[in-house]
Design a protein around this ligand. Sequence first.
Ligand code: FAD
Length: 526
Amino acid sequence: MIKEIQLRILPEEAANEQALKTVLSRELALSVTDIHAVRILKRSIDARQRTIFVNLKVQAFIEEDPTTPAYQSVTYGDVSSGKPVVIVGAGPGGLFAALRAIELGLRPIVVERGKNVRERKKDIARISREHLVNPESNYSFGEGGAGAYSDGKLYTRSKKRGSVEKILNVFCQHGASPSILSDAHPHIGTDKLPRVIENMREQILRSGGEVHFETRMDRLIIRDNEVIGIETQTGETFMGPVILATGHSARDVYYYLYNAQIPIEAKGIAVGVRLEHPQQLIDQIQYHRKEGRGKYLPAAEYSFVTQVQGRGVYSFCMCPGGFVVPAASGPRQIVVNGMSPSNRGSYWSNSGMVVEIRPEDYPELMKGQEMKVPADSPLALMAFQERLEELCWLNGNQRQTAPSQRMDDFIHKRLSADLPATSYTPGVLSSPLHFWMPEFITHRLREGFRHFGKVSRGFLTNEALMIGVETRTSSPVRILRDKELLQHVTLRGLFPCGEGAGYAGGIVSAAIDGERCAEMVAELLK
Ligand code: FAD
């Protein structure tokens, strides 16, 4: 017999399956040995009060064993003689487009400018060790896209519940822990993601699809307002309708589209810094107790949002027990981001602390700087993003050493006399962020920090370090497409997809968009 039951229990009672069996035997008036297995369907932590509870929905297998896997599998057939679809970019958008294309009988040809996920790791290590950024292989470019060496947080604000569950199940089928199906805030962890991504690639190849690494799309092949293929940096061509899932860091793609007069528009983004605290401090604040999280609770998370002078100021992509990473994708840039391993065991927590900016803010953001593109250009906010990343690099001694400032010093416009230890391995140097970052951003960050410090006592502290600059929160450009057909507004056969096209923000939403684009290609080819 299988019984479904809701539990609200102490963290130690939810520590492992044995502890849960003990609780269930009590609740169901059974002997522990009668409960053969426990499957968690939903799990969340309620830390609003001093006593912390774990809320669980579980299935108890009474005198029987589970006979089905914890996740639902997709059957991938052989598509070697299917119609081709060219997918540019092997991030979550591109990979999920490819897998969905196989489900629909199409043959995906995936073209990725970067290296495979293992080779890529070496280039990522060189950024910290030698301060060298390979413009084709870095935290943004390479198999798995920006999602590969990330936190692998899989929560999304998407309301498409069915689609989200499908994506999570596909992740499980390729090696992610089934716990992502039950956790309120699921994440995979940067140590586990590469294997999952490799399994997806192996599935594409086994089904008769193709994956080409170190192959960059440089041009679309267009005939009579229809995209019929792509040309790569070597002049090689791949023919078929095109899903363009190149992410928000492929600036050359935006320049190409702009110069080729393919309609795009400017889109708002958010920029700021990474803020790093000792995780112990965040645990103390969020769990309301001096001893922090103790043995049974996960590294605590936070989320802040406020409005300052008409613009949102908020925490972004919080990584409990994580690391701040050098996420530049080219020379003359510093860009920071965050990631965490599956155990979220690092000494630090970090999050982006960012201010919303809109295309109309461009002239004010560029005050005192040379405006390389006119204010009404679709590339205006991208030009600002590039300039801020360059400014950061100049203030970082033209290396990946990130300009940084203690949080309270920033509030009081003081240069930090010294800096705390940090997880950012290329190193940090003390810099007056309040002075060289645009006032539009620093003023709002300052007010935002004051507010967050009031609602969460202890958060605004000089133990926290601001590390510059966080600029790649989403795409500064939207590639215009039809709402229903998902095809470009002027070009048939072109499907702008995922975060780079402006239709996703995060791994799960990019994956959902990838699936939808594959479905629309299948419609076109019917
Ligand atoms: P991308 O993942 O950016 O993939 C685009 C791919 O296209 C890249 O592999 C690139 O090399 C390739 N490409 C670009 N141009 C070309 C070309 N001309 N030819 C061929 N290939 C090309 N999101 C979350 O939801 N949770 C997280 O925890 C999280 N953490 C993150 C941590 C870090 C360090 C970073 C950088 C990002 C993180 N994100 C996270 C954001 C998330 O990774 C992105 O939202 C997501 O990867 C977007 O997917 P995408 O497929 O649209 O684009």
